[in-house]
Write a protein that binds this ligand. Structure first.
Ligand code: PLP
Length: 467
């Protein structure tokens, strides 16, 4: 079956879906411009990297840019107007997170917020304290923890389904007390949801502060209860807000020392003039997403994703869905794709035997069957292709067919390094390089998921048929 590629301009997601052909009659100049934005016009399945800016956020940005000129720190009427808008945004975020407005510190995104949190822990915890972080944290948490705490960073293992090993955690906590526990709400590569409420309860029982990177959770799942976590970070561009803005929520009694030297903005906790229009825009996006979540709109979308997965597993033999047995975000599917004949995976590819790697020895019943199948498929491969060649082939072919998908996190794409997340889950190098991530957004429709499934089946036929 031929699948017609469909394109949608991201600058206005309400525009009708159009085709490549309809664009050919335009002038050379406008075509060049379109070519530039062409990739952005392909059906987009990389929301976990960045989501398109939603209408409400764009309008709020424009209004703030045009109408609020002042610096929030200035004493005149313009400054007061800016300060009022900033306070309003802070109160709205505090309302969503159910925390005190003074707990919020605006940042340039989650990388800065996570670094800021780790810097704060390094400055305030005693010299012997350990930091416990999950094995699947984003590099900005992982690397900053290593930077500040070195060997005092302890890794919390995950199961083969990519969930923090609660048994390990409860046992270790009964034995020793870390200075801080850091576990993300949901993983960016696999979409696997972490039991942050349970972790928080254990931490509270032992009076250990709990820090969560909520970047992939916010705007996709209700923020209810999140405010009970001691430290939270988020970024606007994952839920329809602009890029380059995020926040750290930290108890206002524990004053944060600014990472940057300069002005006394954010109660002296983050130097530099606040970027009001993008902060206001972030809140407009979050308000809109929380409304959709209150309507349970995400539950309908979870059904579309599940249908896609079922069809994919049926139509493309040899596909594995990563974290299949675990609760996952409604928008994310991480798969190990079959490798075409002649492009064999790493000959050692296979699931690590229980207990032999980072991954916890506990296997989910669903995943052990998958693992066995995966082992069988991967055994006997000959020759070692350049790293990621199979993945690259999938991504390129799908891109040509009109689907923008990813090989994992945006940060690791381009680096010839296997995902630390999949490695922590017990997948071996040969498998880790077979990963494709499909991450949808609020704008994605059931028809888009269906088109993607058909596109993958078509590419599978081409690759495996040697076309
Ligand atoms: N944390 C998680 C879980 C992420 O997915 C990302 C980005 O992909 C970040 C942190 C970093 O966010 P930012 O790009 O806004 O700095």
């Amino acid at each position: 079956m031929r699948v017609k590629p469909r394109f949608r301009l991201l600058s206005d997601t309400s525009l009708p879906v159009t085709t490549r052909r309809s664009q050919t009659s335009r002038s050379k100049i406008s075509r060049q411009h379109e070519l530039h934005s062409y990739h952005a016009c392909v059906l987009y399945f990389d929301y976990n990297a960045t989501a398109p800016v939603m209408r409400e956020a764009r309008e709020a940005w424009l209004e703030a840019t045009e109408k609020i000129h002042g610096n929030p720190s200035s004493p005149h009427a313009f400054g007061l107007a800016a300060n009022k808008a900033l306070t309003d945004a802070r109160e709205r975020l505090a309302h969503h997170l159910d925390c005190h407005p003074a707990d919020i510190i605006w940042t340039s995104g989650a990388t800065e917020a996570n670094n800021m949190a780790m810097h704060h822990f390094a400055e305030t915890l005693d010299a012997k304290s350990e930091v416990w972080i999950s094995a699947i944290e984003h590099p900005c948490v992982h690397d900053s923890s290593r930077h500040y705490f070195g060997k005092r960073t302890k890794t919390i293992p995950v199961t083969h389904d990519g969930v923090v090993d609660m048994e390990w955690f409860a046992t270790e906590m009964a034995d020793t007390r870390p200075g801080i526990v850091s576990v993300m709400c949901a993983n960016n590569e696999t979409g696997v949801i972490q039991p942050w409420r349970e972790l928080l309860a254990i931490c509270q029982a032992y009076e250990v502060p709990f820090f969560t990177d909520a970047v992939q959770w916010l705007g996709k799942m209700p923020s209810k209860d999140l405010g009970a976590c001691d430290f939270i970070t988020g970024a606007a561009h994952k839920f329809g807000g602009p890029r380059g803005v995020g926040f750290l929520k930290a108890p206002h009694k524990s004053k944060i020392n600014s990472l940057l030297f300069g002005g006394k903005q954010e109660r002296g906790q983050r130097a530099g003039t606040e970027n009001l229009p993008i902060i206001v825009s972030m809140l407009a996006a979050l308000d809109a997403r929380e409304k959709q979540l209150a309507n349970n709109d995400h539950e309908t979308r979870a059904v579309w994703r599940e249908k896609f997965e079922k069809l994919l597993l049926r139509q493309v033999p040899g596909t594995t869905v990563v974290g299949l047995g675990a609760p996952r975000l409604w928008n994310t599917v991480s798969t190990l794709m079959p490798v075409a004949s002649g492009v064999s995976p790493d000959v050692e590819g296979g699931i690590l035997p229980p207990g032999s790697g980072h991954a916890s020895s506990k296997q989910h019943p669903h995943s052990s069957a998958t693992a066995a199948g995966q082992d069988a498929r991967l055994s006997g491969g000959r020759g070692r292709p350049p790293l990621h060649s199979g993945q690259q082939r999938w991504v390129t072919r799908l891109d040509k067919a009109g689907f923008a998908v990813s090989t994992g996190s945006a940060c690791t794409t381009g680096k010839e390094e296997p995902s630390h997340v999949l490695s922590a889950m017990g997948y071996k190098a040969g498998q880790v390089t077979q990963v494709l991530r499909f991450s949808s957004g609020w704008e994605t429709t059931a028809a888009d998921w269906e088109a993607l499934e058909k596109g993958i089946v078509k590419v599978y036929g081409e690759v495996h048929g040697g076309k």
